[in-house]
Design a protein around this ligand. Structure first.
Ligand code: CP
Length: 332
């Protein structure tokens, strides 16, 4: 039984099969792959797109989705082993995973990092523990990567560019007043290099490099799939000739949990905003973002409202891509 926790566990061919099915769903093909089946959606963090697309996608395939918010509408969970549970948690993940597996055919988890200790958060303990004790497939709805966003992103790129291989792809860091999760940035590198794109990571300085695990996977993917991967801190060099511009903000990992000094550094890079001047340096690039996005902080109104902005298409494709992925998992 295979989980969908990171696309690093999946071949390009398997992901392409999901994307091909997602395209058919978008064209109107129906599926009852989830008929009489149920899907648990566990949200430890808020969502607009993920919750809506999973709930509707499950319903459209004949199934039923149950939304649970541990600590709010469901019991707070404990993830420690061998501890005396005398804190706020009323239930252990071991029972939660086993019970949900009796009720449901898929378990989907959103659990962002705690933003205190990256060495702890990078272990992705919440979803991995669910996967260990569940007897049904577990799906990542965003932890330290966001593989569902990756599928929708690649579906949108293929709609726009056809074959992605060797197309020039830019992942640019952008300013945000708060230190955000690196998940979508990690995922951006994983999926673009998995499909052999020529990928550039633009970030203000080396403090904003992504975790070595994802930098290394990007290098290995690029070698394996005939693409390339480079890093730059030079805005002009990065935008020159790009065909896809993907923007995301994230907090600098060396300052993880010590955000006060990081904010002083981050505040110096507000000019990384995606604007028309930067987009004019590209090769008629399409612009996208996973959303939500703060307008005129990460990208200007003009960019968000331009014909080349495909962020809404990418959001729609969450629905189609996740339906395809759930069908793949349920039929394995
Ligand atoms: N992109 C994304 O996952 O959106 P939500 O946080 O609204 O689910």
């Amino acid at each position: 039984m295979k989980h969908f926790i990171t696309t690093a566990d999946w071949s390009q061919q398997a992901l392409q099969e999901m994307l091909d099915l997602a395209k058919k769903f978008k064209q109107g093909e129906k599926s009852n792959a989830l008929k009489n089946k149920s899907v648990a959606l566990l949200f430890f963090n808020p969502s607009l797109r993920t919750r809506t697309s999973f709930e509707l996608g499950t319903w459209q395939m004949g199934g039923h989705a149950v939304v649970l918010e541990p600590g709010k509408s469901a019991w707070p969970l404990d993830f420690e082993f061998g501890s005396t549970m005398d804190g706020i948690a009323e239930e252990h993940v071991i029972e939660a995973a086993r019970v949900l597996s009796r009720f449901c055919d898929l378990i989907c988890i959103r659990a962002f990092p705690k933003f205190e200790n990256w060495q702890e958060d990078r272990q992705d303990k919440v979803i991995k523990t669910f996967a260990k004790y569940a007897s049904v497939p577990v799906i990542n709805m965003e932890t330290i990567t966001h593989p569902c966003q990756e599928l929708a992103h690649m579906q949108t790129i293929q709609e726009q560019l056809g074959v992605a291989k060797n197309k020039k792809y830019l992942l640019t860091w952008t300013y945000h007043p708060k230190p955000l999760n690196t998940a979508v940035a990690n995922s951006s590198l994983l999926i673009s290099t998995k499909f052999g794109m020529d990928v550039t990571l633009l970030c203000p300085n080396e403090n904003y490099l992504l975790d070595q695990r994802y930098m290394q996977l990007a290098k290995e993917n690029a070698e394996e799939n005939g693409g390339s991967f480079q890093v730059t801190h030079n805005i002009e060099e990065a935008y020159e000739g790009a065909e896809i511009v993907y923007a995301k903000s994230w907090g600098a990992l060396p300052y993880f949990g010590n955000w006060e000094p990081e904010k002083q550094i981050r505040d110096q890079y507000k000019h990384f905003i995606v604007n028309e001047e930067k987009m004019a340096m590209t090769n008629n690039a399409k612009f996208s973002h996973c959303l939500p996005l703060r307008r005129n902080i990460k990208a200007t109104d003009a960019v968000m409202d331009a014909d080349y902005c495909i962020a809404i298409d990418e959001a729609e494709n969450r629905l189609h891509a996740q339906k395809a992925m759930m069908e793949h998992l349920i039929k394995q």
